[in-house]
Every structure is written in C-alpha cells, then in structure tokens.
Write a protein that binds this ligand. Structure first.
Ligand SMILES: *[C@@H]1O[C@H](CO)[C@@H](O)[C@H](O)[C@H]1NC(C)=O
Ligand SMILES: *[C@@H]1O[C@H](CO)[C@@H](O)[C@H](O)[C@H]1NC(C)=O
Ligand SMILES: *[C@@H]1O[C@H](CO)[C@@H](O)[C@H](O)[C@H]1NC(C)=O
Ligand SMILES: *[C@@H]1O[C@H](CO)[C@@H](O)[C@H](O)[C@H]1NC(C)=O
Ligand SMILES: *[C@@H]1O[C@H](CO)[C@@H](O)[C@H](O)[C@H]1NC(C)=O
Length: 376
C-alpha cells in the first residue's frame, strides 16, 4: 500500500515535470517563424555587396545604398510605390570623398519648391550627414553638409546609420570603429542634430550645417530608430573580441524635450534571449504600432520582430540572403518589409527579400501624411 502510494506520487511528479516541460516548450515555440520571399535576386541584382540603408520616400518608392556594385557611394531604387522591382540610379558620389551607409527620406517641403525629393545620408568618409536634394529642373540629386561635429576635439566615428524624428526636427546617428579587433566602451558613439523646425515644414534656412550634439560613448553602435511618438530611442550596441562579436544588445532610452537621452534600459539582450549575442545586429525600424524589427548580420539571413514591451514576436528567415544589413517598409499600403543583405548565390551582389506585415511602417506612414498636408 505504502509502496504503491509512493509510486503514484512518483508518477504524479513525473507527469507534473512533463507538463512543465511541455509548457516551457510552448513558450519557446510561441515565437512565430515565417520565410521571406526573394525580391531582388543574385541574377537580377544591380546592387553590390555594400547593399545597406534601405529607405522609403514620400511617394512610397524604396531605395538602398550600394547601387551598381562599386562600394557604397551609389544610391539606387529597389521598388516603386506599387511594389514592383525598380532598379534605377538616384545619385552617385562622383568625387570619391563620400561613402554612404545609412539613408532616410524627409518630406519635400513647400518652402523648397524647386526640389521634389529630400533625404539625409550617413556619410562614413566625411564623418557627417549629407543632405540630398533632387532638382525638379534637371532631375539631378546634389549633396551638401547637413550635420557634423564642429567640436575640433570630437568627430563622429562614422556615422553608421541615421534615424529621423520628423515632428521634433531631429536626427540621431550611430557609429563605431569597425576595424578594431577588441572593442571597449568609447569605440562607438551616439549623436543628435536639432533642426530649426520640424521636417514637415522646414524652412529654407533650416537646411544647412547643423551642429551635432554628442550624446554618449558606447561599444560599436549600429541600428538606430525612434518610436512613433518620438519619445523613445532604440540603439544597438555590440562588443568584439579577436574580431568576433560576443555581446549584442538593443538599448532603449527616454528622449527628453531637448532631444537628449535618459533612463537607459535593456530592450533586448540577445545572449539572454536565444544565445545569439555572437551575431551582430544591423539596421532597425519601427512600424506604426511601435513594434521594432531588427536585421541580424550573420551567416543566415534573418530579421526579428519585437513588441514595444520587448517580447520577441516573430522571426523572418531569408533563404537567399546572408549578413542581413537593413530594412524598411514600403509597397502599395506601406506594409511590405524590404530586407537587404549579401546574396547567397553571389556574395559580391546585394539581394532583397520581402515579407508582408498587417500594419504599415512608421516612416512610410509619416511621409505619407506629411505629403497629404504638404500638397498645395
Ligand atoms: C511600378 O512598376 C511597374 C512595372 O514596371 C509598372 O507597371 C507600374 O506602373 C509602376 N508603378 C508606378 C506607380 O510607377
Ligand atoms: C557645437 O556643439 C558643441 C558641442 O557638441 C559645442 O561645444 C559648440 O559650442 C557648438 N558650436 C556652435 C557654433 O554652436
Ligand atoms: C546579457 O546577458 C548575458 C547573459 O545573461 C550577461 O552575461 C550580460 O552581462 C548581459 N549584458 C548586459 C549588457 O546586461
Ligand atoms: C507584451 O506584449 C505581448 C503581446 O501583446 C503580451 O503577450 C505579453 O504578455 C506582454 N508582456 C509584458 C511583459 O507586458
Ligand atoms: C505583399 O502585398 C502586396 C499588396 O500590398 C502584394 O502585391 C504582394 O504580392 C505581397 N507579397 C507577398 C510576398 O506576399
């Protein structure tokens, strides 16, 4: 009797353990996995291995840097506003003095009637952010300095990427010494530039040579993005030893009324999440609900989606891409996510895959609404 009671107890315990394990498995598999659809492939691509900085303009066309295969000085289109492949040169640095890595569009301003396209590009060679304006007259796009450090003792490390907060008229920049074998705090940085007015109605005199404000030292910083309410800044940071990453974090900060950042908190620690701290993070983007999408610059093409509360919601696997670099929403309803990286079938070329979400991207939505209010 006593023995069989003990056995029943043991069985119950085993059953309980099995139930606990099953529920843990269920929690782990709650992250949905989907597969991207090839969009620009190795056989059709006009982008090189430097494909990066995916960005959407006011009309819904999607672009990337690294066009025409010669480093990162060319910017070309990826898709038109109806979501069809469109590979056309937008602009190319002819001087050899620029190397674009990050790209974001601003709405065309009614105060700039001669220009139909306005963008900012992170220029790694010039350690500044360049303003690109396309003239209606000759359809050519020209660059000028938009934002740089005027502090002789401290320059931007790159910048690597740029985020735009249009209503507050601010841009934020990441960057780091990517050649370094072992990295420490101080090898990466965070900067901000404040324009004189919001980007929905920037006056002509608000376009030039802004003075960048230094916001802090980090490890290597890369992906940078703001929340739809412009109250939160997201920033990726990695540390390397012997040229291999060992830590990858997404930080989250509160943005104050002057554009400064406070209350630094861990949004995602990838070592804790799924032991992938050794895979570098690259571009990040938010959608209109504030979900954050991050590209993983590793052996396999991958993008992860996080709820604003930090919960990992989705993994998008990209079968034709490795070393995923950046991403942005576009397409006819702004719900198509375009993700760039090196082509598996030809590592010297840049490939793009797409995945359809249920809600539009933040940039697509903001540019669309300002284009409505800006229509004369
Ligand atoms: C997009 O490209 C497709 C294919 O070239 C074309 O049929 C369509 O009209 C284009 N849409 C726009 C808005 O340009
Ligand atoms: C530019 O900002 C730096 C701090 O980053 C400051 O020291 C300097 O005085 C500013 N210069 C101008 C012209 O505002
Ligand atoms: C991330 O998680 C790992 C594993 O728990 C931990 O060792 C590391 O200190 C964490 N990183 C930060 C910045 O908290
Ligand atoms: C975060 O949001 C998800 C999705 O809505 C929800 O399932 C989860 O319980 C939330 N977690 C926290 C810690 O609030
Ligand atoms: C995504 O949605 C668009 C319509 O918004 C559709 O044209 C396209 O075929 C869809 N792409 C995929 C991969 O499902």
């Amino acid at each position: 009797m006593g023995e069989s009671k003990k056995e029943t107890g043991m069985l119950l315990l085993l059953l309980l353990q099995a139930l606990v394990m099953a529920s843990e498995l269920q929690t782990a598999s709650a992250v949905e996995t989907v597969v991207g659809t090839p969009f620009i492939t190795a056989s059709t691509s006009q982008f090189g291995l430097g494909i990066e900085g995916v960005a959407v303009d006011q009309l819904g066309n999607v672009y990337a840097v690294g066009f025409s295969g010669d480093g990162t000085s060319g910017i070309g289109s990826v898709a038109n506003s109806t979501g069809e492949v469109m590979q056309k040169l937008l602009t190319k640095d002819q001087t050899g003095l620029s190397s674009f890595n990050g790209l974001r569009f601003l709405p065309a301003s009614p105060n700039l009637p001669n220009f139909d396209l306005r963008a900012v590009a992170a220029d790694v060679k010039r350690n500044s952010v360049v303003l690109l304006l396309r003239s209606k007259r000759d359809h050519r796009t020209r660059g000028s300095t938009f934002c740089k450090s005027n502090d002789a003792s401290r320059h931007m490390k790159q910048p690597n990427d740029v985020a735009v907060a249009p209503r507050s008229g601010r841009i934020y920049m990441s960057g780091g010494d990517y050649g370094k074998v072992n990295t420490v705090v101080g090898d990466g940085d965070l900067w901000m530039c404040q324009a004189k007015s919001p980007f929905t109605e920037t006056a002509v005199d608000g376009l030039g040579d802004l003075n960048a404000t230094f916001l802090g030292h980090f490890g290597l910083t890369n992906g940078i993005e703001v929340s739809p309410d412009e109250k939160t800044l997201y920033l990726t940071e990695s540390f390397h030893v012997a040229a291999e990453p060992y830590s990858n974090i997404i930080w989250k900060f509160d943005i104050d009324e002057n554009g400064g950042v406070h209350n630094r908190q861990i949004f995602v620690n990838f070592t804790q999440l799924d032991d992938s701290g050794w895979v570098d993070l690259d571009g990040i983007r938010t959608d209109v609900e504030g979900n954050l999408f991050v590209t993983k610059n590793g052996l396999f093409g991958q993008t992860d989606k996080f709820h604003p509360n930090g919960t990992h919601l989705l993994t998008i696997q990209l079968p034709t891409i490795f070393e995923t670099t950046n991403l942005e929403f576009g397409g006819p309803e702004g719900k198509t996510l375009y993700m760039s990286g090196k082509c598996i079938d030809d590592p010297d070329r840049g490939c793009v895959e797409v995945w359809n979400s249920t809600v539009p991207g933040r940039a697509w939505n903001e540019l669309r609404s300002s284009s409505v209010t800006n229509t004369p």
